[in-house]
Ligand binder design. Structure first.
Ligand SMILES: Nc1ncnc2c1ncn2[C@@H]1O[C@H](COP(=O)(O)OP(=O)(O)O)[C@@H](O)[C@H]1O
Ligand SMILES: CCCC(=O)OP(=O)(O)O
Length: 358
């Protein structure tokens, strides 16, 4: 009989840490540990959250009677490394140092590989990352920004966008590599991508001031006004960075990253909450419209996913605006945990070779 592998998957997002245990493809345990703005903003740098998130994970495994010694591998969501092709990468020392340093910036997913390695090395088992947020398949034309010194970058919810693209293709009785999709992942950050026959040829940088604003990010801003803000000596570089990610978007306007709380306020007649909620949806729709031109209108479906896709109010508002472009399919939440596990399993079962981060 072939060996059954037990894998721990760790997915640090900007507003949550999700963990799951799989026995081969079977899900044994899944937990979402949500973090409030106050909890997260206590820490200056993402790497400072290591102990906080790592302890929560260990506590959760203990409470659920999962002995770590039974694990065969640990796999984390990959972070802001140098741009790389998709796949499963063994966590190595170069990767760890780039994740700790934040070579391409700060994001919670930088902790995925670090925590996976921390747990795995004590157990003497391998640690991996899969399809990190820097998967880069952009068409050359999409890299041009408008200033030669600034190149557009592919930083997005690659793991989930790819997994949902595959799921939708299957639901449409097609294969991902034959389909054209616009995928909007709506979580703590929001990214909108154009998937052309299995390649993400253009995508909003979900982290750094592009696309729609999100629960905790500013999205694209009027540049002239941003420049004034940078040079008026009122804010440090760190403070401006926090306005773009962490303290931007819904957090800046309404002091919460929680859509459910905002929708309760709307139900209670809060007009400010209604306007800001509407503005976020409006910007998502505009971006979907823009990306329909990238695919020249040849689109199998528009896919809405991420935690925010649980909101019927938001998905129905988006459908209303974009359904003229292509059919809209909603996949609430994400397929990231199974995608992480399967990435590790393919390597453990020798069906695929692990990739080396250099
Ligand atoms: N059932 C729900 N209804 C509406 N919004 C939800 C629901 N569950 C989560 N969300 C919202 O989804 C967002 C987080 O999405 P998620 O994909 O979990 O993000 P991340 O992985 O970035 O932490 C938050 O704004 C949260 O309030
Ligand atoms: C764009 C990078 C990935 C990202 O934003 O993830 P979260 O929404 O989990 O913060």
């Amino acid at each position: 009989m072939s060996k059954v592998f037990k894998v721990l998957t760790i997915n640090p997002g900007s507003t949550s840490t999700k963990i799951a245990i799989f026995k081969n493809d079977d899900l044994i345990l899944e937990k979402t540990l949500r973090h409030s703005v106050e909890e997260i903003n206590k820490y200056k740098r993402i790497s400072d959250q290591l102990e906080f998130r790592s302890n929560l994970i260990k506590k959760c495994l203990m409470e659920n009677n999962i002995p770590m010694t039974e694990l065969d591998a640990v796999v984390g969501r990959g972070g802001l490394l140098m741009p790389i092709e998709g796949g499963t990468y063994h966590v190595n020392s170069k990767m760890l140092s780039d994740l700790r340093e934040g070579v391409l910036g700060e994001h919670a997913s930088n902790l995925g590989g670090i925590i996976a390695h921390e747990i795995a090395q004590k157990l003497n088992i391998p640690s991996y990352i899969v399809d990190p947020v820097v998967v880069d398949e952009l068409d050359e034309v999409a890299r041009i920004s408008g200033i030669p010194e600034i190149k557009r970058k592919s930083i997005f919810h690659a793991l989930n966008q790819k997994a949902i693209g595959r799921r939708a293709a299957k639901d449409l009785n097609k294969v991902y590599e034959q389909c054209n999709f616009i995928i909007a992942h709506m979580g703590g950050g929001i990214s909108v991508g154009a998937h052309s026959k299995g390649r993400v040829i253009d995508v909003t940088n979900g982290l750094d001031g592009e696309g729609p604003f999100s629960p905790e990010r500013s999205g694209g801003l009027p540049v002239g006004d941003l420049i004034k803000l940078c040079f008026n000596k009122k804010y440090s570089q760190d403070e401006i960075n926090k306005k773009i990610k962490g303290m931007g978007g819904l957090v800046a306007y309404l002091n919460t990253n929680d859509i459910r709380e905002i929708e309760r306020k709307i139900d209670d007649g809060d007009e400010d909450a209604r306007l800001i909620h509407h503005a976020m949806v409006y910007q998502i729709c505009k971006e979907i419209g823009a990306y329909s031109t990238v695919l020249k209108g040849n689109i199998d479906a528009i896919l809405l996913t991420g935690g925010i896709a649980y909101s019927n109010l938001i998905t129905s508002m988006i459908k209303e605006s974009v359904k003229f472009i292509a059919p809209v399919i909603v996949y609430p939440g994400e397929d990231e945990m199974i995608a992480l596990a399967q990435g590790a399993l393919r390597v453990l079962k020798c069906e695929e070779q692990e990739k080396v981060y250099k």
